[in-house]
Design a binder for this molecule. Structure first.
Ligand code: SF4
Length: 715
């Protein structure tokens, strides 16, 4: 009888970052339970986390896993099994010859918030240090880049100031553009427990849908989709009008007050209410509670971020915290909830085309010189590379010729799918590094690299509250599958043979700990300084950053001295004029289509889709519509409807839901092409994101995944 071992690790789904204990027998994961000692969850797990073993064991997943590298010489051939030496030599030769012919920016890397920090760090070094391209961006661009831009412009640093304990001691919690009951369930359970203990705590939800989070709230403002900036400006207006501001604090710790005050003059309660479709008295109530509560906390996620005005939405919310001085104290602050398990790690290692390691600035010569010196090379590329949606456009028009996709599925997750698929077909070489062989993107691969999955690899992740936890291997990867850092290291070393000037660039590592040590040294003196945070310390306890050398624990809460990260120590009050979403409601496209998460599925279902139990909550895809809209179109539950816009067309089974605003349609984000009916007039329905708008926020370049207009007819 084989022995059962238990390994301490971290859940691979959302940014709550729950600690788990993985049971394994032989090379099979047999169970998962919550880690009672992990400060993110104290033993709790949600339905996704508690079923991780059902989606992770090689026995169950064997038929779906990539066991060997695979390649094909021509697109019309089928992929053949290969060994690592063959694919490494081939990739090095193709990448080197393409760089020589077309320059380093002809190589693009599209990486993922599912990667571990060590993986992220090494891909960043490979792209920027070795190849010399900033064409590296992460799918976190679709998730958190507006939060990054908002924090940086308002507070001077990409640093969520709060921690999970703030949920226990807040007096008012404003949930805006988030549904934590489904998307961050363990955190939501903590909020429920806190309300139970302190019934005076108020919760307000701003969301066009009456979600499960909204259902439990003291006040729900069902705003018109996309009008969050107007609503937040309206709240500022009311606070200013009523004198619900902390003028001394504003004068001491912020700049830009006069300009901000002037900019929200026209956002009267009546005007704001008419733009947002809410009651003026509800606005007034929220403003009063927010100001008068001893501690006001806001929780937000993709409803603010995935927007063509995502950065403005973030800064408008931070403005509200600043003028009411609801920041820097227990239970206060603007708290962005990260979607993916390690969106934060990507930001910390600078693995987005507009960032650089250790929260440095790609445009800053001194920052680039520091990183180049640490890496033993002369220079780093100085122009920001393409961001996610732009990157696929650059592939489509031939500026990027080789695309290396790591641990993400853009053929399902990016908006405007027809263009994304055209880009993948136009690329000269598509390399996909994946655990699973059957994702939509794998079909476009010329080279498939088998990656180790959760439970099979070692490293670290950072959750929403800046807490870094260890991820540990409980079993070995199947076949020839390897950890992502190992693949970057091996292929990087093969490429390096052709670039003698880069011979000092270290790409060979004994393991993730060595990479971690190099990464933390590059944070020295930065806002996220983790030079004091060794693997040995993380073995004892997950820690929040910063944690500089000599500290025995990380910093739970930022800005407690009200000194912000701008050079003068003051936060910026940012003018945020309201702009409507880019798709317009017209007589031809009268419905707004929004997308979101259901409770038991994760992203494109490449993992949860293999677990039958995950379908017991919602077994089939569906499109939600308000019953009044259904009645006016003579629709009944279960009818098939055709929805379309200039980007494509699809068929969905409709169900009525009075929790929606009339005029709004809502679609779960998870289902891919295999579940979507829409083959008509030569157009293919590539899953949920076929119709979704690729409009971008001008600063964060995050796409507007939450607001698309469509026409609808009964099929
Ligand atoms: Fe995993 Fe998030 Fe659920 Fe925690 S809340 S168990 S991190 S999916």
């Amino acid at each position: 009888m084989s022995v059962i071992t238990e390994t301490r690790s971290t859940c691979c789904y959302c940014g709550v970052g729950c600690g788990v204990l993985i049971s394994a027998s032989g090379n099979q994961i047999t169970g998962v339970r919550g880690d009672p000692d992990h400060p993110a969850n104290f033993g709790r797990l949600c339905s996704k986390g508690s079923q991780l073993h059902l989606t992770s064991t090689p026995l169950i997943q064997a038929h779906r896993r990539l066991h060997t590298p695979m390649l094909r010489q021509h697109r019309n051939e089928t992929l053949q099994h290969a060994d690592w030496n063959t694919v490494t030599a081939l990739m090095a030769s193709r990448i080197v010859s393409t760089v020589r012919q077309y320059g380093p920016d002809s190589i693009g890397f599209y990486v993922s918030g599912q990667l571990l920090t060590e993986d992220y760090y090494l891909f960043n070094k490979l792209a920027r240090g070795l190849i010399g391209t900033n064409q590296i961006d992460s799918n976190s661009r679709l998730c958190m880049s507006s939060a990054v831009a908002g924090y940086k412009q308002s507070l001077g640093s990409d640093a969520p100031p709060c921690n999970y304990e703030d949920l226990d001691c807040a007096d008012l919690v404003l949930i805006i553009g988030a549904n934590p009951a489904y998307a961050h369930p363990v955190l939501y359970r903590r909020l429920e427990a806190a309300r139970h203990k302190r019934p005076q705590m108020k919760v307000v939800v701003v969301d066009p849908r009456r979600t499960d989070s909204a259902q439990d709230a003291d006040l729900h403002l069902a705003i018109k989709p996309g009008t969050d900036v107007a609503l937040l400006n309206g709240l500022l207006h009311i606070c200013l009008w009523e004198g619900w501001i902390r003028q001394d604090w504003i004068d001491a710790h912020t700049t830009g007050f006069t300009e901000l005050r002037n900019s929200v003059r026209s956002y009267t309660p009546e005007y704001t209410a008419s733009v947002c479709g809410v009651k003026p008295e509800d606005l007034h109530q929220l403003a009063e509670w927010f100001y008068k509560a001893p501690a006001s906390l806001s929780l937000y996620c993709q409803g603010l971020n995935q927007s063509s005005s995502g950065t403005a939405k973030n800064s408008a919310l931070i403005n509200l915290h600043l003028i009411t001085a609801q920041i820097g104290r227990p239970g206060t602050g603007p708290f962005s909830l990260t979607g993916q398990p390690n969106a934060m790690g990507g930001r910390e290692t600078g693995s987005m085309s507009t960032l650089l390691c250790g929260h440095r600035d790609i445009q800053n010569p001194a920052d680039r010189a520091e990183v180049a010196a640490a890496w033993g090379i002369d220079t780093l590329p100085d122009q920001a590379g393409s961001t996610a949606v732009d990157m696929f456009e650059a592939v489509r028009n031939g500026r990027i010729r080789i695309l290396w996709i790591v641990c993400t599925n853009p053929a399902q997750s990016l908006p405007a799918q027809a263009q994304v698929r055209a880009a993948l077909e136009a690329a000269e070489l598509v390399i996909v590094q994946e655990a699973f062989a059957d994702t939509a993107t794998c079909r476009y691969a010329d080279i498939l690299l088998p990656a180790a999955s959760w439970g099979e690899k070692e490293g670290t992740v950072t959750n929403s509250e800046r807490r870094i936890s260890r991820v540990r291997a409980a079993i070995s990867p199947p076949g020839m599958a390897k950890p992502d850092w190992w693949i970057a290291s091996q292929i990087g070393q093969a490429i390096q043979q052709h670039f003698p000037l880069k011979k000092n660039l270290k790409l060979s590592y004994e393991g993730p700990q060595q990479i971690w040590n190099e990464h933390r040294e590059l944070t020295r003196g930065q806002d996220l300084d983790i030079t004091g945070l060794s693997y040995a310390m993380l073995e004892q306890h997950p820690q929040q950053w910063p944690c500089p050398t000599g500290q025995t624990s990380g910093k739970p809460r930022l800005y407690t001295d009200f000194r912000f990260q701008h050079a003068d120590g003051k936060a910026r009050l940012i003018e945020t004029p309201y702009q409507s979403a880019q798709d317009k409601v017209t007589p031809r496209t009268p419905f707004i289509l929004s997308t979101g998460r259901i409770r038991d599925q994760w992203h494109g279902m490449s993992r949860t889709g293999a677990n039958n139990a995950a379908f017991s909550h919602q077994p089939q895809p569906f499109l939600e519509m308000h019953p009044a809209d259904m009645q006016s179109r003579l629709l009944q539950d279960g009818d098939m409807v055709h929805i379309s816009n200039q980007r494509g067309q699809q068929y969905w089974r409709i169900i009525g839901n009075p929790a929606l605003r009339p005029g709004l349609l809502w679609l779960p984000m998870h289902w891919g092409e295999e579940y979507v009916w829409g083959y008509e007039d030569g157009q293919t329905a590539y899953g949920v994101n076929t119709l979704v708008s690729p409009a971008l926020d001008p600063q964060s370049r995050q796409p507007e995944l939450k607001y698309t207009t469509v026409s609808l007819r009964k099929q």
